[in-house]
Design a protein around this ligand. Sequence first.
Ligand code: APR
Length: 246
Amino acid sequence: MVDRAAELLRGASTAVALTGAGVSAESGIPTFRGEGGLWTKYDPVKVSSIDSFLADPASYWQVSKERGNIALAARPNPGHEALAAMETAGRLVAVITQNTDGLHQAAKSRRVIELHGSGRTVECLECGARESRADVQARLDLEMPPRCKSCGGGVLKPTVVLFGEPMPVDAVNEALELARVADVILVVGSSLVVYPAAEIPLIAVRSGARMIVVNAEPTPFDGLAEIVIHGRSGEVLPEIAQLIGA
Ligand code: APR
């Protein structure tokens, strides 16, 4: 199946990747669903919706602090690096990601579209000032929830999309545009159960793209995909990259 995936990508003129938390699992960042997923320990609506955040930012930050320590220390794995190599070799035009860990950029992918925002910065809900997440992470032991250093009082919120928040318009528009023109959509490490992000591969397929799914376990879109590889992206993607000369 890896050979067939490589053949499809070799023949593509506009291949686009859509990634989810599974692509960062081998960097040590827990996924949300599936074995050991974050949502098997916490109720996502309670800890990761905008309503629960506004009602009780400290609870959100308690969970986010733990995940932040892991994400900030994480490094790209061979799966991220393979996608960056495919882009450099001209075999992939962009990575659309649901992840907020910044690991695609760290792996030197150049065109990365973050549908769910970035966990690398935080924003004050009062004055709009922004700080790096790393700076804020450093003071979470002393200050919970963290307060804005500029205006002194505002609650800080990571610039990520919480449940109940809209996705960033520019990112959505760019992702939709790519989905419509893609002739191959490579979906990696996503359970494909969260909309509207999961709509992207459906739009691509409806617009004539051929879908490749690389995921550790079955997804709802496997039946729509031309090629399905159940495996770890850190192993499968480098094999594909090598076969296409990336
Ligand atoms: N290689 C490939 N796939 C993997 C690996 C791996 N090493 N490890 C886990 N997976 C798969 C899991 O089997 C699962 O199907 O990755 C998928 C991850 O699914 P989720 O945890 O649901 O992550 P994602 O699809 O990105 O979630 C979408 O939900 O909670 C929100 O905002 C959050 O962006 C997230 C969105």
